[in-house]
Design a protein around this ligand. Structure first.
Ligand code: SF4
Ligand code: SF4
Length: 960
């Protein structure tokens, strides 16, 4: 099977679809050689005569230019220069009607020829093979050569193609009727055409050069064969006459059997096509240095009396051509630029000849009938049969009328070569090609608008992004500045708040300290005995308490936390008062002991003086005790009302107690120095104080007894002594009541119970005192005249008084025990968590109870001593006959009383020991220890009282 190249060498031709065979009418113009026209009066040279951009002007109006001088220079892609077709003067550069069916004005240079037709300096390149291809291409470019077949595509673009070219096709078909320009050019200038072919061969190096010429141009074929006979690569092929075989795609198909794809170009299939007129221009440009300034134009038609081809200068008005060829227009004369198939009717004959003008047809009315109004499509499909591009002209027409551009593109509108075959065959005389041309123009315009819109959109999007970015940056800057200002404001506020807190802390602290100092100064001024050291201690304690309250207030804790402090203050005050009373009692007892010891020494000489001295000493001691109680009363009130004052008062009281204790006995100072904060030390100190007090009481009792033993007998004095005893009993009851009140004061947890218990105790004590008073009064009313009876009555009265005092004391002790138990219970319910407090409270309660018991016992013992003295005096005065018996009986009674007292003291000491043990146990279980201690104390006191009552009853039964 032959290859394609073999087939081509053998002269095989192929057929293209469609096509028509209109009347050729070529003989009208091919019978005469090409004529050289005279110079026109003016040349109107459009700047754009090709496909592509305009060139940049090189001349100005008034410039004289030479023939062949460039008037413009290339200014962009596919831009070609234009040249002066003759020498002359540029008279105008203005818009003139264009060589377009619309004849829209376009920039043009009006050149008035000077008639000299003087050429500019030409630069031929005879040895073009010696220069580079680019230089050769530039030469072609500078010559301003464009496709002269009708498309006007820049030749230099094709000449510079880098694609591999198999077939360089020379289009010499000239299939359209009436046109014979190429035919005549080939006939007359075949050598130059072949030169042009060879220049392109040099540039493109095609395998084959195929020259296609319709078989209706045998002279041209012969000329070309002759001219190209030396070149074995050039094959001149006579193709069948059929319209539009001159079409690029159709000719490629005929000569090479290859088909250009849709929307493709011939270079895609290795084919490049050039018109014979273009090759002639390339030969002129390269070999003779002439730019494209003229071309062969067929001037034909029945109205042209001298139809022939002419060399027309670029810019020559059509009128000049017509006039030169004896144009005789007819009515409704039409002048068509191009052939009857693809040409367009000129709106005016002032349109210049351009590079693509190949024919001016001026037919008469019979030659080319005026087209009638189009009719409706009859769907005959004749248009489709005639279409060489195998399109559907009928469908394209509908879409074009409906401006369905998308559909037009889908139906390959742009594959239409506008051959006009469809229109030529349409029985409805539908100007199909005109529809397609308009549709193509609109689509191109739309695409240009779309491209502009896309570019505008891109610019808009870029601007929008830029604005958004700038706005975001501004917002971020604002946020950062706002956050910085907020942070600075917050920091300032925090600093201000901190300063305010510091001020608030300093202010109450200072005010509390100043208030404490003021109170201390006021008290110091009121009481001259207040020591400066004590006030300093009080101020320190007040300051510590104030700081503690501030800390608790800041922690927003409950105010109940202040109560224990109040309780502590009250407890401390109560402890201080108890110590003060105890010290006073000890001083009393010491005084009594001293006085009694002195009395004992003097008793042997003067028993009356000794008894009087002892009574005076007791009275002084009691008075001192009462003064101490009176001094403590306001302190207690203050401690209850204000914990600060109570603390200060407690400190003052402790100082007084210390002072008093130091004066009496240095050992007491150690007791008073022991702070109530340590329950062990307090308990030990209390035990020591109790032991000392009991010891002192016993010694005083012994001294009283000694005094009583030596007391003279006097009934009157006995009566007086009995009255004194009653008064003392009342006083003892009052002291017990006061002690109950003190106990009540030291019970802040449950004041109601303590108050009730104290009231009961006071009522019992008063009742007992009244009974004793009544019995004394009874005895006093029945004052005997007989000394014996009086002595007996006095003894009975003393026994009753002692009994009543003991009962009162017992009741008070019971009340105290109950109060202790209630206090312990209250402490258990309120403060179960702090064993130290419980132990301290238990020790305080025990100290108070014991103190009350001791005071009552001491008073009773003193009364007993006085009563014994008086009894003995009464006995001495009323029973002078047998003093020995009375003395013996009194001695026996005193011995028994001592024995009973010692037993009670032993029991009390045992109870105290048990209480101490229980205090120690209180560390582990303060509740049980406190309760057990209270019960033990109550039992011990009860046992002591019973023993004492038993002794008294025995004494009362003794014979006087
Ligand atoms: S003008 Fe277009 S549609 Fe009509 S026949 Fe020619 S190529 Fe086909
Ligand atoms: S040739 Fe004319 S009438 Fe026939 S189908 Fe085509 S457009 Fe319609």
């Amino acid at each position: 099977m032959e290859s394609l190249f073999e087939q081509i060498e053998r002269g095989t031709l192929w057929q293209f679809p469609g096509g028509i065979h209109p009347p050729e009418q070529k003989t009208l113009s091919n019978q005469a050689p090409i004529r050289q026209l005279p110079l026109p009066d003016k040349l109107v040279i459009p700047l754009k005569q090709h496909i592509g951009a305009n060139g940049q002007l090189l001349v100005h109006v008034g410039d004289h230019v030479l023939k062949g001088q460039a008037l413009t220079k290339p200014a962009g892609n596919w831009s070609l220069p234009i040249h002066a077709a003759t020498s002359g003067v540029i008279t105008a550069i203005e818009h003139r009607p264009s060589a377009h069916p619309s004849a829209l004005p376009e920039p043009s240079i009006v050149l008035e020829p000077d008639g000299q037709d003087t050429w500019c300096a030409l630069e031929p390149l005879a040895q073009y093979k010696d220069i580079s291809k680019q230089q050769l291409v530039d030469k072609i470019h500078d010559a301003g050569i464009a496709g002269m077949g009708g498309a006007g595509f820049p030749t230099y673009v094709k000449a510079s193609s880098q694609a591999e070219i198999d077939f360089f096709v020379v289009n010499g078909v000239e299939c359209e009727p009436y046109i014979t320009a190429d035919d005549m050019l080939m006939r007359e200038h075949a050598e130059q055409i072949v030169q042009g072919i060879e220049i392109m061969q040099h540039l493109l190096a095609p395998k084959y050069v195929l020259v296609g010429i319709e078989d209706n141009k045998p002279e041209a074929i012969a000329a070309m064969q002759k001219a190209s006979a030396h070149n074995d690569k050039i094959f001149v092929r006579s193709v069948p006459t059929k319209y539009p075989s001159g079409g690029e795609k159709q000719l490629i198909k005929v000569l090479t059997s290859r088909e250009v794809p849709s929307a493709g170009i011939p270079a895609d299939i290795g084919v490049l096509v050039q018109n014979v007129g273009t090759l002639f221009a390339i030969s002129d440009a390269v070999l003779r240095g002439k730019p494209l300034i003229e071309r062969v134009v067929t001037v034909t038609g029945n109205t042209i009396k001298q139809s022939q081809n002419v060399w027309a200068l670029m810019g020559t008005e059509i009128k000049h051509l017509l006039d030169s060829q004896k144009f005789e227009p007819v009515t409704a004369q039409r002048v068509i630029m191009g052939g009857p198939m693809m040409g367009f009717t000129l709106p005016t004959v002032r349109i210049p000849v351009v590079k693509t003008t190949n024919c001016i047809l001026a037919p008469d009315n019979q030659e080319l009938a005026e087209p009638n109004d189009e009719k409706a499509c009859i769907r005959c499909s004749a248009c489709a049969d005639a279409c060489p591009q195998t399109l559907l002209p009928q469908q394209l027409q509908w879409f074009a009328k409906g401006k369905e551009y998308q559909k037009l593109e889908e139906y390959n509108l742009f594959d239409c070569i506008e051959c006009g075959a469809c229109s030529y065959v349409c029985p409805s005389e539908i100007p199909l090609v005109q529809y397609y041309r308009v549709a193509k123009a609109e689509i191109r315009e739309q695409k240009l608008e779309q491209i502009k819109a896309e570019r505008a959109k891109e610019r808009f999007e870029a601007r929008k992004e830029r604005l958004e970015r700038e706005q975001e940056e501004r917002q971020n800057r604002h946020k950062r500045s706002a956050s910085r200002s907020t942070q600075s404001t917050q920091s300032k506020e925090k600093v201000a708040e901190a300063l305010e807190r510091v001020k608030n802390k300093k202010t109450p602290e200072k005010s509390a300290v100043e208030a404490a100092i003021a109170r201390a100064k006021a008290k110091k001024a009121a009481d001259g005995s207040l020591e400066p050291d004590n006030s300093a201690v009080a101020l320190e304690r007040a300051k510590r308490k104030e700081q503690a309250r501030q800390y608790k207030a800041e922690k927003a804790t409950d105010d109940s936390a202040d109560k224990p402090k109040d309780n502590k203050a009250a407890v401390a005050a109560a402890i201080a008062r108890a110590k003060a009373k105890k010290a006073a009692q000890q001083s009393d007892t010491d005084d009594v002991n001293t006085e009694k010891q002195a009395t004992q020494t003097d008793a042997s000489t003067d028993p009356r003086k000794a008894a009087v001295a002892a009574a005076i000493a007791r009275a002084k001691a009691k008075k001192a005790a009462q003064n101490a109680d009176q001094d403590e009363a306001p302190t207690e009130t203050e401690s209850i009302e204000d914990p600060r004052k109570a603390a200060v008062a407690a400190a003052i009281t402790r100082a007084k107690a210390k002072k008093a204790a130091k004066e009496t006995e240095q050992s007491d100072s150690s007791v008073s120095d022991s702070e109530p904060e340590d329950p062990r030390k307090a308990a030990v100190a209390a035990a020591i104080a109790r032991a000392k007090a009991k010891k002192a009481a016993k010694e005083a009792e012994q001294s009283d007894e000694a005094v009583a033993d030596s007391e003279p007998e006097d009934p009157r004095k006995a009566a007086v002594a009995a009255a004194i005893a009653r008064a003392k009993a009342k006083k003892a009851a009052k002291e017990a009541e006061q002690s109950d009140e003190a106990v009540a004061d030291s019970e802040p947890e449950d004041p109601r119970k303590a108050a009730v218990a104290a009231a009961i105790a006071r009522a019992k004590a008063k009742k007992a005192a009244k009974e004793a008073e009544q019995s004394d009064e009874t005895v006093a009313d029945s004052e005997p005249e007989d000394p014996r009876k009086a002595a007996v009555a006095a003894a009975i009265a003393r026994a009753k008084a002692k009994k009543a005092a003991k009962e009162a004391e017992l009741a008070a002790s019971e009340d105290n025990a109950e109060a202790d138990i209630q206090t312990e219970i209250a402490q258990q319910s309120s403060e179960p968590e702090d064993p130290r407090k419980a132990a301290v409270a238990a020790a305080i309660a025990r100290a108070k109870a014991k103190k009350a018991a001791k005071e009552a016992e001491l008073a009773a013992s003193e009364d007993n001593a006085e009563a014994d003295i008086q009894t003995e005096q009464a006995k001495q005065s009323s029973e002078p006959e047998d003093p020995r018996k009375a003395a013996v009986a009194a001695a026996i009674a005193r011995a028994k009383a001592k024995k009973a007292a010692k037993e009670a003291e032993l029991a009390a000491s045992e109870d105290n020991a048990e209480a101490d043990i229980q205090i120690e146990q209180a560390k582990e279980d303060p509740r049980k220890a406190a309760v057990a201690a209270a019960i033990a104390r109550a039992k011990a006191k009860k046992a002591a009282k019973e023993a004492q009552l038993k002794q008294e009853s025995e004494e009362g039964n003794e014979p006087s």
